[in-house]
Design a protein around this ligand. Structure first.
Ligand code: KIV
Length: 263
């Protein structure tokens, strides 16, 4: 089992950290057998698995169920689970309850978006034994505040703010930081200024590691093709092709074949 200490070691050794999301046991089992370092049970589950409009709709119950399923599929993998929208903005007590539920379900650490206004919660979790991964830049739970899914940190003022927030997360004891959709130069500056690892998504190549949403990497959604998410497979077309093959086989009485029929 890799631990959060391996993240620090990877950063010190300049070995890129590889993360992907997973939401269910079967996919988690495949990721666990791969060379990836860790799994994020992202609140992207709300959109990817449940077809909801944004990550804001992810609930704690949903995240606990996905985390438990991923743990069953990947018993020895480092798992980080997203704290859902709102669960870390209602004080230390409720945040600890939510984070504890995710840890009990099988997560080794939690990820939460932003820092301003919940510094105390982060300290409380970290000092209580719950490792925290930060998430800055495009923080999808704040889509209504950000006015859409846009690159963050393009202006000098925004960039300075992100640098300050990243340093603050390090001071508060976060073990790593996801930087989403920020200019590559800014991600590089932030990575250089910090001593803990940064994990980029749409943040260029100078971060300490990369994360992709598994369904993007597998090309399962033909409607969502962000430029930064390389599709290693055209999963949508591949699956469609075999489903049509199956349909044609059934209709032409080619399935089931004699050896597929039970006596
Ligand atoms: O929920 C998620 O999948 C994420 C990644 C995009 C980093 O937060």
């Amino acid at each position: 089992m890799k631990t959060i200490l391996d993240f620090a070691r990877a950063r010190a050794a300049a070995r890129p950290i590889v993360m992907v999301t997973a939401y269910d046991a079967l996919m988690a089992r495949i990721v666990a057998a791969s060379e990836a370092d860790a799994i994020l049970v992202g609140d992207s589950a709300a959109m990817v698995v449940h077809g909801l409009p944004s990550t804001i709709e992810a609930t704690l119950e949903m995240m606990v169920l996905h985390t438990a399923a991923v743990r069953r599929g990947a018993p020895a993998t480092l798992i980080i689970a997203d704290m859902p929208f709102g669960t870390f903005r209602q004080g230390r007590h409720l945040a600890t309850q939510a984070a504890s539920a995710l840890i009990r379900a099988g997560a080794n650490a939690v990820k939460l978006e932003g820092v301003t206004g919940h510094e105390e919660v982060i300290t409380h979790l970290v000092t209580g034994g719950i490792p925290v991964m930060g998430h800055l830049g495009l923080t999808p739970q704040a889509v209504n505040q950000l006015g859409g899914y846009r690159v963050q940190g393009r202006s000098a003022a925004e960039a300075d703010q992100l640098r300050v927030e990243a340093r603050r997360l390090e001071e508060l004891g976060a073990f790593a930081l996801v930087l989403e959709c920020v200019p590559a130069g800014l991600a590089q500056t932030i990575t250089t200024e910090l001593s803990f690892p940064t994990i980029g998504i749409g943040a260029g190549s100078a971060t300490s590691g990369q994360i992709l949403v598994l369904t993007d990497l597998l090309g399962l959604d033909d409607r969502f093709k962000p430029r930064f998410a390389r599709r290693y497979l055209d999963g949508h077309t591949e699956i469609l092709t075999v489903l049509n093959e199956f349909s044609r086989d059934v209709r032409a009485a080619r399935f089931p074949a004699r050896e597929e029929v039970l006596a």
